[in-house]
Write a protein that binds this ligand. Sequence first.
Ligand code: FDA
Length: 389
Amino acid sequence: MNADLVVVGAGFFGLTIAERAASDLGLKVLVIDRRDHIGGNAYSERDAETGIEVHKYGAHLFHTSNERVWEYVNRFTTFTDYVHKVYGVHNGEVYSLPINLATINQFFRANLTPDEARTLIREQAGELAGSDPQNLNDKGIQLIGRPLYEAFIKHYTGKQWQTDPKDLPAGIISRLPVRYTYDNRYFNDTYEGLPTDGYTVWIERMADHPHITVQLDTDFFDESQPLNKRALVGTVPIIYTGPVDRYFDYAEGELSWRTIDFEQEILDTGDFQGTSVVNYNDADTPFTRIIEPRHFHPERKYQTEKTLIMREFSRFAESGDEPYYPVNTADDRQKMLAYRDLAKAEEAVLFGGRLGTYKYLDMHMAIGSALTMYDNKIKPHFSGGAPLE
Ligand code: FDA
């Protein structure tokens, strides 16, 4: 192996490190991934039957207010002017989300001004004012009042966690956004859009450098192939973006995650739901939402005979499942403190990305934190001899 740096994981975190190290420092970088494609969870592919771009691991919408990240990502792709909006079904009616003045007026069959709506929600939230909510249910009622909470939050959250919100800790939510305008733009960021030629083209351009070698189908823990942990650690600096508990052989126990099962279907219609994401807020629908990816790219003029939809079912991950969202119980946080100490003590190995740090990171956060790791640790090490820690 002829590499100055090994990166485990070809997601946004790992590829940002690889790209910077190769382009800025001229290092030879070897990137390995256990999957058969690059891009990590942001990977997308064209469905063979419909030609529609499908985000294989769930809908990925790019948004950021970080100028440095925006400048960086624009080196590899342009973005469409897609603006994300979400709708939700409750009691057989479609509402605009996140909860805004249109949602409130439709729900209460009213014509309230922003001030009147604010007063109403304050009164309804007053039911539990001054109390110390002991579970997510009480916290939700205290934040936005019982009627809106029960219609739009209670069952959706219950389905996401497969747990009655009365049995979930209050700390899962600190605020529930309510907008007293008709603005239903989902994200508040300065920049938003989808990569014009798709995620995979963007990601391939990041890896397209003569000093970057990507080796797929290569598990860092598989000792039957040469590029494994035992063979590499201590011989070459490593950036590890896989699960931190797996790296230490679960010495402090397994960290808990939620996962999503996707049920994909192709339908004989040009348009199933008229928009990209519809949430199902009631308990009688088992899935949380339906994604219709054709609406992410209206500019592409996809064929109109068929469309593709994905229903999402959320549940706790078991071993072998894709880890998607950290559950982050008090027990997990305790384990993570111990893993952080172990990680710090691991010489010439840096841990990054969502799996390596056990944090939910949006794409712009993963890229931003990789750029920071590059500036603060990798560049000083390779250009000035600072220890890699
Ligand atoms: P990522 O998981 O992408 O990459 C890690 C890589 O390491 C994987 O390719 C994995 O195969 C590899 N790996 C793990 N173990 C290994 C081993 N033993 N050996 C070799 N390779 C190994 N963000 C956003 O901005 N907008 C959005 O709309 C969404 N939507 C969204 C939906 C869902 C369902 C999820 C789960 C996540 C999102 N995200 C998102 C977040 C986004 O997916 C996230 O920011 C990036 O995946 C983070 O990139 P990383 O490189 O950290 O991890």
